[in-house]
Design a protein around this ligand. Structure first.
Ligand SMILES: [Zn+2]
Length: 374
């Protein structure tokens, strides 16, 4: 038999909180921890379509809230489809059917994010997977922890806009609200990992825990939650991968969320389809085994609504990132920003136009990916 795959999405989970709360910290010491994993898009749909396809949304078609159904199914196979072809029973649970590509799922369950007890609900789904395993079949289970998103939706998105002064002037309140939400996520993680161990899935499954994007606590005026900018507090997020034969370690070099899918396939020995487009992501197995890989740039983009009530149809902010540098291109007004992430992790000191060689290098990378010029 092959291995099962369990993916747990902590929607809106911030990296700094994951490094602070107990269960996530424990997970850090018994898995492969990627504390420098860059999401393609700082909002769920764009981020997760990229995770599932191993490709940036500007190639798959899903590069904005408006383009969820424009995912090019015939050109890009999803992780789910690969696993289904490999004989896995495929099951997803989330608060909306829009968050991930649906193709390839045997079952897709939608929970009511305002009512559900996710610990109970997901524990039951894990038990259901045991029945499937007992029938001699592997499974792929995708679980969404939606409560951070729900709390932010009800207490931030519906209360403030991107330019509400009272939001940005109350950072302490924002931190406190978010900490409460993350504390619950930590308890959820603890119970779900216990259940996974109880069912002995830790012995025969690849377990991935990741966040799709972070959430603003008021760092930059003009973004009260996520999806408006490409700064690190939303695009630099976390991923943990656990598999019985893999030694825990921390991978400090930058990786991308588009690398997760090819890594899982590589771990299962599933080869990529030759009848579909090439991936943007690469398998991280060599890095996991200790080889130092050349760094690959990470591309992200989003649609900032600016003064409008809804985001634009096409992305209007794009960023290209290495471990130490980031260039942001604001295509809505043709401006650029350049940050030295090593000395300026909060991205306050814009170094654009200072004749730094890196500016040109990153700009060329950005144009190449943005214009799909390979
Ligand atoms: Zn999300």
């Amino acid at each position: 038999m092959s291995k099962n795959v369990i993916i747990i999405l902590i929607d809106g989970g911030r990296l700094d909180r994951a490094k602070k709360f107990n269960t996530f910290k424990n997970l850090e010491s018994n898995s492969i921890f990627f504390p420098n994993s860059i999401t393609y898009a700082p909002y769920t749909t764009g981020a997760m379509h990229a995770v599932f396809s191993g490709c940036y949304g500007n190639r798959t078609g899903t590069d904005s809230y408006w383009h969820i159904y424009q995912f090019r199914k015939n050109q890009f196979l999803t992780l789910t489809e690969y696993l289904k072809q490999n004989g896995h029973y495929t099951f997803a649970d989330g608060h909306s059917e829009l968050i991930i590509p649906k193709q390839g799922f045997d079952e897709f369950n939608i929970h009511d994010e305002n009512k559900v007890d996710l610990i109970d609900h997901h524990s039951n789904l894990l038990s259901k997977m045991k029945d499937i395993e007992n029938k001699g079949k592997n499974f792929f289970l995708f679980l969404t922890y939606s409560n951070i998103h729900t709390g932010i939706m009800n207490n931030v998105l519906k209360v403030f806009n991107n330019f509400s002064k009272e939001y940005f002037e109350n950072k302490y309140e924002n931190e406190k609200r978010y900490d409460e939400l993350f504390k619950n996520a930590d308890t959820y993680m603890e119970k779900i990992l216990q259940k996974i161990n109880e069912l002995e899935f830790d012995k025969n499954s690849i377990i991935v825990v990741l966040s799709d994007h972070g959430i603003s606590l008021g760092e930059k005026f003009g973004e009260r939650a996520y999806g408006a900018f490409c700064y690190d507090y939303t695009i630099k997020t976390f991923c943990y991968i656990k598999s019985p034969e893999i030694e825990p370690k921390i991978i400090h070099q930058q990786v991308r969320h588009v690398d997760i899918m090819p890594t899982i396939l590589d771990m299962l020995g599933i080869s990529l389809s030759e009848n579909h487009e090439n991936l943007d992501g690469i398998s991280l197995m060599p890095v996991i085994k200790g080889t130092i890989l050349d760094e690959h740039v990470a591309y992200s983009e989003t649609g900032n609504p600016l003064d409008e009530n809804a985001p634009p149809k096409e992305p209007n902010i794009h960023s290209i990132r290495t471990t130490n540098w980031k260039l942001i291109y604001n295509s809505y007004n043709n401006s650029k920003e350049l940050y030295d992430l090593k000395t300026d992790p909060d991205e306050n000191n814009n170094l654009i136009g200072k004749e730094l060689e890196i500016e040109k290098i990153l700009w060329n990378h950005l144009l190449k990916i943005k214009n799909k010029n390979f």
